[in-house]
Design a protein around this ligand. Sequence first.
Ligand SMILES: CC(C)(COP(=O)(O)OP(=O)(O)OC[C@H]1O[C@@H](n2cnc3c(N)ncnc32)[C@H](O)[C@@H]1O)[C@@H](O)C(=O)NCCC(=O)NCCS
Ligand SMILES: Nc1ncnc2c1ncn2[C@@H]1O[C@H](COP(=O)(O)OP(=O)(O)OP(=O)(O)O)[C@@H](O)[C@H]1O
Length: 176
Amino acid sequence: MVDTDELSHALTAPGGRAMPTLVARFGPDFQRADGALDRLRMRELVFRQPSARRELEAILHPLILEDSLAALAGAQGPYAVLVVPLLFESQAYRDVVDRTLLIDCDEEVQVARVMQRSGLSEPQVRAIMATQMPRGDKRRLADDIIDNSGSLSELALQVEAKHRYYLSSLARARSQ
Ligand SMILES: CC(C)(COP(=O)(O)OP(=O)(O)OC[C@H]1O[C@@H](n2cnc3c(N)ncnc32)[C@H](O)[C@@H]1O)[C@@H](O)C(=O)NCCC(=O)NCCS
Ligand SMILES: Nc1ncnc2c1ncn2[C@@H]1O[C@H](COP(=O)(O)OP(=O)(O)OP(=O)(O)O)[C@@H](O)[C@H]1O
């Protein structure tokens, strides 16, 4: 399992590979005393100012892609899962993955969960979601969908079913 969000955090941690470029572009106020990115300050800037978001992405996304490819090259197991929050918005992963799986839920549930996780207000969460591809478009683009509107145990059942489906698809492809 390779999670691009984790890679993004590592790039912006103390001593992270993206920090010199981010400080050069956005200034030392965006770096905390320990050397990490000031995520709160950056979040407030980029979800208010689209040009700043695009500049942040232009610095981080190529590094995230590079680190993803390196991690995938070392991945073990019958198949690898690459977790990409902006998979459908970005063209970069098109040739990297064989199939796409959307973890989906209705927007009201999504807003409530993100508010609970982050402590952000509803308008803040909706402003972030407005920068992302609409749910219906992602549903159309995805090869597979897991419905995560229900409980965590309902989610686990669907994950197991998809895992079995991927394993049997791989076994079928190998025997042909
Ligand atoms: C702006 C940053 C510093 C805010 O960090 P913070 O820890 O406060 O929030 P977090 O990362 O949990 O994101 C908050 C919410 O915004 C969403 N989000 C994050 N980056 C983006 C983006 N570029 N476009 C749209 N939505 C985004 C996340 O899915 C999440 O729901 C951080 O999100 C970031 O570095 N973003 C740019 C890198 C990126 O594109 N990451 C997402 C894919 S790996
Ligand atoms: N089925 C569920 N029941 C209850 N809470 C859930 C369920 N699925 C996810 N959550 C919670 O919702 C929040 C968002 O989930 P998660 O961080 O996995 O989503 P994500 O798609 O990675 O979000 P983002 O792209 O915003 O980082 C987390 O706090 C998680 O614990």
